[in-house]
Design a protein around this ligand. Sequence first.
Ligand SMILES: [Zn+2]
Ligand SMILES: [Zn+2]
Length: 270
Amino acid sequence: MAVILTFFFTHWFLSLFFHSFFLHRYASHQMYNVTPGWERVFYFSTWFVQGSSFLVPRAYAVMHRMHHTYSDTEMDPHSPHFFKDVYHMMMHTAAIYRRFLTGQDLPDPQFTREYLPIWKSLDRFGSNNIVRVTFMIAYTAIYFYFAPSYWWFLLLPIHFLMGPIQGAIVNWFGHKLGYSNYNNGDHSRNTTPWGVLLMGELFQNNHHHAKSNPNFARKWYEFDTTYLVMKGMHFFGIIKLKPLEVQHSHEAHGTERVVQHERRKQMLQQ
Ligand SMILES: [Zn+2]
Ligand SMILES: [Zn+2]
């Protein structure tokens, strides 16, 4: 049982960390600079820990940039306020993701203007169904050898769909439940203390207020564990967090966006 629990939580937190640290805070928002070599290390690690549910970083980043611009309007790729349950929201998100990757839908140029990390051969390999199924077989083999009973196999679907499940939790609860520190003109919320299980990602209200600030925590009782790791990496010279002036100019930009959101909402209501 100890092996299974260790495997489950290691997979959960490693997958979440690279989701938050690489897909969200780097690919989508460029909160720090890295050398091309380290970028490859993080890209590879993201593929390896997400395994069967690997998400192509540039597709993730474009959709996430749309999420910020259209937060909680009908053009948001995954606002919980337009779906009856989390399953329908996930299916809608997956459809946009596929249309983008197959070239059926090209994103608005404003979402591809900023830098996007691209490693096409790894994207193709990681998205190959044989590779995805090989990861699933590996997860199942660990349960087969170490699970004390077959009941534990019920956890396997979480391993298979780890990346999208964590994204769905953040997008659903982060825009539905919790408290607000700021009026962002959307439904973004903060959750604590159990939000610590999502490594800072559930401070959506703080994050939407200043999308370039690498620290999602604002109050003394809020802990952004991904940011703590990033501070350590900055200290050791692995990444270089962008200077505060840049973040402040984005915070000012945040207020502008609230006005834009209000206008967009009024347009949608008419
Ligand atoms: Zn959000
Ligand atoms: Zn974001």
